[in-house]
Design a protein around this ligand. Structure first.
Ligand code: ATP
Length: 246
């Protein structure tokens, strides 16, 4: 179980302090598929990075399976079974796709068949990609899918995906949503997916709307999706302070 207690994050801007996240508390039970959504700049990525240990909160506490991980770094959190896929994944010049999958899986003898299974789940063919370097020669969508494949290879207990749909073609997106559904159905991992995509939002057990650095609303897709779809940001009661129901 993941527990965030009164998480805040602020940065210094000149002489003043800029609040990015303000007193966010939430609990995510094991094996849930939770989607963070909300307007651009609302604080979703910052919140996800705080869970992964990429950003240190200026206030509050994070518990993972009852353990206080607030002061733990990324590596320690990864060892505890948390993984994170960047909105814009880094490239790794000199490392091939096979290298990355092998490192991620922790299995030095990872076979071509196993690599192929991970790559197929994100709509890539192993024959075309296994020996390619993860460098600038790959397109943004390819790097994104390779990174997601490495997260699948890690089989973490908590997988965080930041806008997995970004830059991905429709066919690969369909494979990806199937993969999310399969992981969810298998009950082997908790997933937090940051997304603006209706199809992904509809897969969620729960949607958490983050706006202006606050947790605006949480509920099932049936409760939240119609409201998001019904209006633009300015008129949407789910995304505005007036509609805050948390
Ligand atoms: N280190 C920082 N210094 C200054 N501003 C920051 C910093 N980190 C985040 N922000 C600001 O905090 C806000 C929240 O950013 P964040 O990336 O978390 O939003 P988001 O909800 O993920 O947005 P998007 O949907 O566009 O990806 C943004 O306005 C961003 O510019």
């Amino acid at each position: 179980m993941l527990e965030l207690k009164h998480i805040s994050y602020a940065v210094r801007e000149g002489d003043s302090e800029l609040g990015i996240l303000n007193d966010i508390s939430l609990t995510i039970d094991d094996h849930r598929l939770v989607v963070f959504t909300g307007p651009n700049g609302g604080g979703k990525t910052t919140l996800a990075k705080i869970i992964m240990g990429l950003v240190k909160p200026t206030g509050g506490q994070i518990l993972w399976n009852g353990q206080d991980i607030t002061d733990l770094g990324i590596t320690e959190r990864a060892r505890l079974g948390i993984s994170y896929g960047f909105q814009q994944p880094p490239r790794f010049k000199g490392l091939t796709v096979r290298n990355l999958l092998t490192i991620a899986s922790g299995n030095e003898k990872l076979s071509k068949d196993q690599c192929c299974q991970y790559l197929t789940k994100v709509g890539l063919c192993a024959n075309d990609y296994l020996d390619r370097e993860v460098d600038a020669s790959l397109s943004g969508g390819e790097v994104k899918r390779i990174e997601i494949a490495t997260i699948l290879a890690r089989s973490s207990q908590l997988m965080i995906f930041d806008e997995p749909e970004a830059g991905i073609d429709l066919w690969s997106f369909a494979r990806l949503t199937e993969t999310f559904e399969q992981i969810h159905a298998s009950g082997t991992a908790t997933m937090i997916i940051i997304s603006h995509q209706e199809r992904i939002i509809s897969l969620a057990d729960e949607i958490i709307v983050v706006g202006d650095g606050e947790l605006r609303h949480r509920g099932t897709p049936e409760e939240i999706l119609p409201q998001i779809l019904a209006d633009t940001l300015s008129g949407c009661p789910v995304l505005t302070k007036e509609g805050a129901a948390v």
